[in-house]
Design a protein around this ligand. Sequence first.
Ligand code: NAP
Length: 276
Amino acid sequence: MNIRTTKTFNNGVEIPMLGLGVFRSPNGQETVDAVRWAVQAGYRHIDTASLYANEESVGRGVRECGVPRKQLFVTTKLWTDDMRKDEALQAFERSRSLLGMEYVDLYLLHWPVAGAIRPCWKKLEQLYKAGLVRAIGVSNFQPHHLDELLADASVPPAVNQVECHPRLSQVPLANYCAGHGIALETWSPLGGIRGDLMDDLTLKGIGAKYGKSIAQVILRWDLQRGLVTIPKSVHKDRIEENGDLYDFELNGPDMKAIDALNVNRRFGADPDDFPF
Ligand SMILES: NC(=O)c1ccc[n+]([C@@H]2O[C@H](COP(=O)([O-])OP(=O)(O)OC[C@H]3O[C@@H](n4cnc5c(N)ncnc54)[C@H](OP(=O)(O)O)[C@@H]3O)[C@@H](O)[C@H]2O)c1
């Protein structure tokens, strides 16, 4: 199976299939190093958010990594407080200034805040049309949130970034997104800090067959499903391990065995009932 290393959005922009997540990576040298190590290991995509309070370090990492900005893909996100205040343009300018970048590759509505989806999407469309972002999208949207947004969008979302891992494989949502030309991106692909996947015996057994770790098996499963994936680590060895996915291929029965681990279980918040 020839794995693509990028996915083409509905507006023609390409996103690298593998990105470094930086949720809970502290602002400062730890995140600067994580970004540099990821780029050295071949990653070309970093996923941050204003909530993570580390955009400044992501920007430094990008400037210090030795690869030109144009060859890298940087995502950031509009937080819920700014959505409620209808301050998308101001929040974007803050993020852009902290990142120290002329443009951002992808800007997302971080959560589907009731009553704020349509007005905020108009602002993201404005940023897109002004050339300040190469693509706009959403995160944590269920089909009904996307229906609401699509009803009066002039630019459709390029991507929906959602919790997705072997306990929550998101097949119905992935089908909805595929049917609407929206790329699906997986957050907490390894189960995040509350997951139980790193002890799963099925995944361990599959990994042993290929000489790969549980993390590598999960991330390869994402790639073979055609999903963009953004594992987080601040450790050089793990960042390298999570990027080393291209010298093996999961066979059909192993893909199905991982699919069968789905129990529709969230480790993170529910997009229809979140307290922030
Ligand atoms: N849009 C949203 O609402 C949303 C929500 C959550 C996350 N995200 C994005 O998705 C990214 C990934 O999700 P996540 O950070 O929640 O969880 P994750 O990537 O599933 O898991 C990260 C955890 O796994 C550990 N880890 C990483 N590689 C490992 C390996 N090879 N072996 C064992 N443990 C490993 C990390 O520890 P160390 O760092 O100590 O190595 C960290 O504790 C985030 O960083 C963020 O960019 C988006």
